[in-house]
Design a protein around this ligand. Structure first.
Ligand code: NAP
Ligand code: G4F
Length: 331
């Protein structure tokens, strides 16, 4: 039985990846931070097969203990401070966790390999945010990186460190350069979920309007459930490598609003959305669109869920969730 260790198990992607690995017969370990993290109990309820280990990306010794306990064949480093807007307000913390955390995991992995002689495969959650002020359209693995936020700068550090450890120590270390991916489990601070939840609440009479920032930004949005399969496929290859994972389609926040409101029967949303300067960013990433040809050719990976299906799935989920909350029933 193979063993996998996932950092970031309480985020959006962690539970999807845990489900995939469990279905494939892995023993799944998840790293959880904090002395009484409320997400631990929720995870134990929804994913009882995940063996929870206590640890923090900032604490190398906790990671070394996690390696000893999990004896992993594969390690997926999904843990990060991942909200771009937050990274300007907490630049040091973001740098340490999202960037420095990668160094700690790689060092713990190297130590574990040296001690046990076991080969461990490593996945780093790199990001399309690294392309920032894009230097090529569409973006591919070879596109010059131009990060536009402390978060993106930290991700560039983790990305290059992963490549460097592969080249320096021969580690089986791969980076997935994932474009935005969403789901009903997406955090409420990100624009897709903020929109789908607000639209659900407006349709139920629980909210009047949505305050947003830049409606012209465009993203290549896919479904998280599709993207975790690409992570796993990368670690099944003989050679470690870096892969862009995306849909190859781009949409604006306006497109997102149109589909989301349409799902609840509202065709004109202009009076339901207003602009709030606090949601604009000091430096914006205007337009992301990727080219996943390498992943398609080498991994045999392609996305299954379209943007429209994704948004409708998220709105339906939020309508159900908000209806239950408003009538006092817990989901
Ligand atoms: P997410 O929902 O924000 O989850 C982040 C996870 O990291 C949470 O489990 C969080 O734990 C954990 N974490 C934060 N600080 C930590 C620390 N100091 N020590 C240990 N764990 C810590 O992110 P996601 O959307 O699942 O994304 C997974 C990864 O892919 C992230 O690295 C993200 O940057 C990257 N990525 C995401 C996307 C996307 O569109 N979703 C695209 C490209 C790359 P708590 O729950 O306890 O805070
Ligand atoms: O949903 P967002 O916050 O995601 P963003 O910044 O693209 O980052 C996400 O995807 C990255 C992959 O490219 C990940 F690496 C990262 O961890 C995260 O998962 O914002 C998307 C766009 C931005 O252009 C933002 O300015 O939506 C725009 N936006 C407009 N109004 C808003 C809002 N974003 C948020 N969060 N909230 C708003 O009110």
């Amino acid at each position: 039985m193979k063993s996998a260790l996932i950092t970031g198990i309480t985020g959006q992607d962690g539970p999807y990846l845990a489900e995939l690995l469990y279905e494939k017969g892995y023993r799944v370990y998840g790293l959880i931070q904090g002395q009484n993290n409320p997400k631990a109990a929720r995870l134990a309820e929804t994913h009882p097969y995940v063996e929870i280990l206590s640890g923090n990306l900032l604490d190398l010794s906790s990671l070394m203990r996690a390696f000893s306990a999990a004896e992993p064949d594969e390690v997926y480093n999904l843990g990060a401070i991942s909200f771009v807007a937050y990274s300007w307000e907490n630049a040091r913390l973001t740098t340490d966790v999202t960037g420095g955390g990668v160094l700690n995991v790689l060092e713990a992995l190297r130590f574990y390999q040296d001690q046990t002689g076991k080969q461990v495969r490593f996945y780093q959650a790199s990001s399309s945010e690294m392309f920032g002020k894009v230097q090529e359209v569409p973006q591919r693995e070879s596109t010059l990186l131009w990060p536009r936020s402390p978060y993106a700068v930290a991700k560039v550090y983790g990305h290059h460190l992963t490549i460097n450890y592969r080249e320096s120590y021969g580690l089986h270390a791969s980076s997935g350069i994932l474009f935005n991916h969403e789901s009903p489990r997406r955090g409420q601070e990100f624009v897709t979920r903020k929109v789908t939840q607000s639209v659900a609440r407006i349709s139920l009479g629980l909210q009047d309007r949505i305050a947003l920032g830049n409606l012209d930004a465009e993203r290549d949005w896919g479904f998280a459930g599709d993207y975790v399969e690409a992570m796993w496929l990368m670690l099944q290859q003989h050679e470690a490598d870096d892969y862009v994972i995306c849909t190859g389609e781009s949409h604006s926040i306006r497109d997102l609003l149109t589909i989301a409101f349409n799902e609840v029967g509202i065709s004109d949303w202009s009076h339901l959305v207003y602009s709030d300067p606090k949601f604009f960013r000091p430096a914006e990433v205007d337009h992301l669109i990727g080219d996943a040809s390498k992943a398609r050719d080498k991994l045999g990976w392609s996305p299954k869920v379209s943007f429209e299906q994704l948004v409708r799935m998220m709105v339906q989920n939020d309508v159900d969730e908000q209806s239950k909350l408003s009538t006092g029933t817990r989901s």
